[in-house]
Design a protein around this ligand. Structure first.
Ligand SMILES: NC(=O)c1ccc[n+]([C@@H]2O[C@H](COP(=O)([O-])OP(=O)(O)OC[C@H]3O[C@@H](n4cnc5c(N)ncnc54)[C@H](OP(=O)(O)O)[C@@H]3O)[C@@H](O)[C@H]2O)c1
Length: 333
């Protein structure tokens, strides 16, 4: 396993992690256990993935079975959109820690910069009869961040970060933070390489994690019939001739080339798979190196904003939130 060093704490974050979105509890428990046995040390989950309990069971079993210790692992989860207010941070964090059966998280991210009102019974967003989500427009990142810092001081979280935030939103937090964001998790793959945001993060000592590093092929089924999505928006990165040609040269698979490209670009990757063969395949990316010419060829696949898959418009009305992070004019251009 390879690691990157985080600012301020100097903690080591594995450059490859296991993504777990769309991985249901019944399958993810055994996959996380197998992934840890295979050498994965970094697991990415979120309140919204509804699988923290199963992941907690797998981690506990792996430690109880004497396979390794808690300190060997890097566990990330995220504050949900329904808990995106200072008064709720600790409540959600404690619930998530108890679901994961952990005393501390290695990394806690604010999942999205906007917020929905929360149904206290189900801990899900309140949706109006029109299908629109009830926005909590009072979102104040500075006060949320302060509570994140307090939780870190108490030892409940080791490292702090953001997800789906824009450059302006991150800059505002950096201005007042006593402990600065260390990690930004955003959509990032061959078609959407996030060049300006990565430059900004590098200048601010923020490690970038790529979600959907394979172009999220499973999202197509998930979003089918969802508001504001059409299947032709989804790229087939694994089928691209440029990727296949490079994969053949190294006797690797397209997925391995897509992941290798990103880690060579100093981006952390968290591919999701619930197949034992594919988690093995996705971890086997450190025994070959793309040439500078191949890296340049892959850089040219970037489509900028046009390559974005995740705009969150399936949450009807979300773009009316004052902290909606994306420029819709650029997305629809
Ligand atoms: N912060 C956020 O807002 C956010 C948003 C989205 C995702 N994420 C995180 O990022 C992780 C990764 O993103 P993602 O799950 O959307 O997309 P991804 O990792 O790019 O793609 C996952 C999909 O690719 C398939 N796959 C995995 N390995 C493969 C291989 N070697 N060959 C062919 N197909 C393969 C998986 O199917 P099988 O399972 O059947 O193998 C799954 O359908 C998520 O799981 C989650 O942890 C975060």
């Amino acid at each position: 396993m390879k690691y990157t060093k985080l600012s301020q704490t100097e903690d080591l974050m594995p450059t490859l992690g296991l993504g777990t979105w769309q991985a249901s509890s019944d399958v993810i428990e055994s996959i996380v256990y197998k992934a840890l046995n295979l050498g994965y040390r970094h697991i990415d989950t979120a309140f919204n993935y509804n699988n923290e309990e199963a992941i907690g069971i797998a981690i506990k079993k792996w430690i109880d079975d004497g396979k390794g210790s808690r300190q060997d692992l890097f566990i990330t989860t995220k504050l949900p959109h329904v808990g995106n207010r200072a008064s709720d941070v600790k409540k959600f964090l404690e619930l998530q820690l108890s679901r994961l059966q952990l005393d501390y998280l290695d990394l806690y991210l604010i999942h999205v910069p906007f917020a929905f009102h929360c149904d206290p019974k189900t801990l899900t967003p309140i949706v109006k009869h029109t299908g629109e989500y009830e926005l909590d427009v009072e979102t104040d990142h500075i006060s949320i961040w302060k509570v994140m810092e307090e939780c870190q001081k108490e030892g409940l979280i080791r490292n702090l970060g953001l997800s789906n935030f824009s450059e302006n939103q991150i800059a505002k937090i950096i201005k007042t933070a006593s402990f600065k964001p260390q990690v930004l998790q955003v959509e990032l793959h061959a078609y959407f390489q996030q060049i300006p945001l990565r430059k900004f993060c590098e200048e601010n000592d923020i490690i970038v994690t790529a979600y959907a590093p394979l172009g999220s092929p499973g999202a197509k089924d998930h979003f089918v019939n969802k508001y504001n999505y059409s299947p032709d928006k989804f790229p087939d990165l694994l089928g691209l001739p440029d990727i296949k040609e490079i994969a053949d040269k190294y006797s690797k698979t397209p997925a391995q080339v897509l992941l290798r490209f990103l880690v060579q670009e100093k981006v952390v990757v968290i591919p999701k798979s619930t197949s034992e063969n594919r988690i093995h395949e996705n971890s086997n990316i450190y025994d070959f190196e793309l040439t500078p010419a191949e890296v340049n060829r892959l850089r040219k696949l970037d489509r900028g904003e046009e390559g974005r898959i995740f705009n969150f418009l399936f949450w009807k009305g979300v773009d009316k939130h004052p902290e909606y992070p994306f420029d819709l004019q650029k997305i629809n251009a």
